[in-house]
Design a protein around this ligand. Sequence first.
Ligand code: ATP
Ligand code: MN
Ligand code: MN
Length: 373
Amino acid sequence: TDCSPPTAVANVSQYACQRRTTTENHNKIFTDVMEELAESSEFNESKGPCLAFRQAASVLKSLPSAVQCLEAIQGLPCLGEHTKAVMEEILTFGRSFKVEELRCDERYQALKLFTSVFGVGPKTAEKWYRRGLRSLKEILTEPSIQLNRMQRAGFLYYSDISKAVSKAEAEALGCIIEETVHWIAPDAILALTGGFRRGKEYGHDVDFLLTMPEMGKEEGLLLHVIDRLRDQGILLYCEYQGSTFDVSKLPSCRFEDMDHFQKCFLILRLEQGQVEGERGQQRDPGDSRGWRAVRVDLVAPPVDRYAFALLGWTGSRQFGRDLRAFAQKERQMLLDNHALYDKTKQLFLPVTTEEDIFAHLGLEYVEPWQRNA
Ligand code: ATP
Ligand code: MN
Ligand code: MN
């Protein structure tokens, strides 16, 4: 087999923000396994190994072709001994026994199942597992378990929201959100973010950013939008979080910290007839409802923070994580979804576009569809 020459891998950066990663992944057989191992490490609260597997998967996703032999990955960053051993197994046997073992593991199976419910994180999943619960049905029939509102919605719409959202469905939702937002405020600014902005064909939800051209006018907007969605009868669930944004605060150095913008996590009802390509189409006979539930996130930053919010919410997670690590370690700057701060000059850097942020960091601009790290 042809092992790519060393020059092909010579210049791969350890930072995802210095790589271009499209949705075309030539190394899916490796990255799927790495991501499962990362998830398993996360369940075991092994943060180091979890990050290492995610970084390894991310590097492999950026490669222009499939890895055919171990020699081809020599010199690539972020691939540790553990990762290389797994890759060797896959190259030799076409599969990883370690991962196959993991897939059969009762704890892993249960935690994966539980965390697939909207509103259930690793902590809750672990708690349920420790109580001896193994299936969703057992959770629902266990009288001592108190589900919160989000989890109740998660179970109620489980079959719908665990189904991937297609690009056509995301576009149909985009039309509904746009009509709703512009009915309230004709000059509002609305953008699709998340995986669909990166050109993904499928997603677990649809993410939007909205703001007003005049500072402060965005304040009541989100609550109006929510009211209007409710009036239209398409609001199935809404978790609203008001703004806790403080302009004087330095950007957070921890990537895990959520941002402070006004936002809402929704479940919306999407009529099948509103989706391009499914209009008048014969529906699955077992599914005579003609609609599905979809998870939607709306975030409303003030307009002067729009570029930061857009960059942060476009993702991918790994891309954002590395962008912030790069800023800190290589530039002595602090970046988060709200601001960019230069620690050497002790000042906040002025930004209006995503391009400005890359320029301040001394990075070549990476297009949204190249951020699938
Ligand atoms: P998917 O197709 O699975 O939805 P995605 O990349 O759109 O993939 P999301 O979980 O929707 O994933 O998140 C989109 C981006 O927004 C990610 O980069 C993530 O870091 C960021 N993000 C998600 N939730 C929050 C939050 N509560 N606060 C700040 N940023 C968030
Ligand atoms: Mn998303
Ligand atoms: Mn989201």
